[in-house]
Design a binder for this molecule. Sequence first.
Ligand code: ZN
Length: 221
Amino acid sequence: MEKFFNVHTNRKRGAPYAPTIKSNKDVYLSNCPECDRTRFNEENRDLSLVIEGYRKLPDGLLCGHYPLTIVSEKVIDIWQKYNVSGYSYFPINKLFDMKGNEIYTECKYFNVITTGRAELDFDKMNIHIISECSTCGYVEYNKETWEFGEAFYKDETYDDSDLFALKYFEKSLLCTKKILEISYKEKLTGFQFKTFASMFIYINSPPAIDLKDLFGNAKRD
Ligand SMILES: [Zn+2]
C-alpha cells in the first residue's frame, strides 16, 4: 500500500459545486511585472462562491474556477479532533446561487491552505526546470506536466505533515493514509483519493481508492 495519496474533490453527477468565485477584491492579479502572466490573487481572503446545483452540499466542495480546496465546517472540526497537521484555513464569506441570491446561510465553508511540504524527485522523474519567474514563481519544465509520468518524492524533503503539497505544485493536496481513514470513519462526502504516484497521470488514471475496501473491517467509533 502506498504511503501518500492525492486528494480530489469529486463531483458526483448532479451534486452541487462552485463554478465561480466572487470577491470584492481582485480574484486575479493583472500581469506579473516580470513575466507578464496573470496570477490568482493568493493573498485575497475575501472569497464568496457561486453554487450550481440544489442538493445537499458535500463536505469537499469542488471549485471549478480555480483549484481551491474548499471544505465544510465538519471537515475542519474533524481534522482538529484527530490532530491533523499541515494546513491553515479561512472562512468563505458567502454562498450564492446562480441568480445571485445568498443561499445555504446555515453552512460554513472554508478555504484550506496547505502548509505541509515535500518535494518531487526531479532526477528520478527526468524533469528539470527551464525557467522560474522570481516575482510570481511560475516555473517551466523540460516537459509538460501530463508527460511527467509516475511521481516520486524525495524522502528527506517530507516534513511529516498529514496534509501537504509539493514545492511548485502547491494547489494539489496530498495526504497520508490517516486522512483516508478519518474520511471513511466520519463519512465525509465529496472527497476522492488516488495514489500519489498517479498524480500527474491524467489519461488512463487509476480508479479512486475504495475506502470501504481499505477500512471496511475496521471498527467505526
Ligand atoms: Zn512572473
